[in-house]
Design a protein around this ligand. Sequence first.
Ligand SMILES: C[S@@+](CC[C@H](N)C(=O)[O-])C[C@H]1O[C@@H](n2cnc3c(N)ncnc32)[C@H](O)[C@@H]1O
Length: 206
Amino acid sequence: MSNRLNNFRYFFLSRIYDLALHWFYRPLVRRLVAAVNEQPGQQVLEIGVGTGISLPFYDAQRKHVTAIDCSLPMLATARRRAAHSPQLHLTLEHAAAEDYPSQPGQFDQIVFCNCLSVMKEPAQVLEAYYNLLPTGGRIYLLNHFTPERGLLRQVDRMLAPVGAVLGFKNFFTLPSLLNADTMRYTSTLRAGYWRIVEISKADNPA
Ligand SMILES: C[S@@+](CC[C@H](N)C(=O)[O-])C[C@H]1O[C@@H](n2cnc3c(N)ncnc32)[C@H](O)[C@@H]1O
């Protein structure tokens, strides 16, 4: 999606996004961030931070968070929200994941909440960030994932054109995202249509 189109879409979405997702989504984000907080290493990168739903859940004593988003309206909301967590060491930046200049080993954990499915080439983005992780680093994903079979798979397939108009991939499978050769250690922290997945970069993960 072009940045201009993205800004236009999210100008409207930023106003209703939190209300729409509050009841079921926030607890999932909280759970994901709790898993991040438990990990060693201070530096966290959150990609596509949106309105900053996740920000209050980071442990300010343990984590320094860099959060990027390519939508200015979403970032403006995140900035307002961040003002309520002044103790959190936070850097908010306007950037697209594809262009963000991060160094190998710079971030211990990298978080993608509901944003890979709105990207054009999500598997490439994921792989690029996986390659930047240090050994022992982890990626956390929260997203809807189309199941391998069943009614929901058919529904996702049917609604794919609607999703395309709205700017996200309705039909979105986990295997299509993961490079099975390199991302060998993946675990599901929360199963279901909305899944939390941890990808560890380790020779021998605990
Ligand atoms: C559906 S929202 C999710 C926001 C937030 N992560 C959450 O869970 O509430 C997707 C966000 O990803 C951002 N985004 C989309 N493509 C992006 C890209 N290529 N790089 C950075 N951010 C992107 C959008 O601007 C939007 O804020």
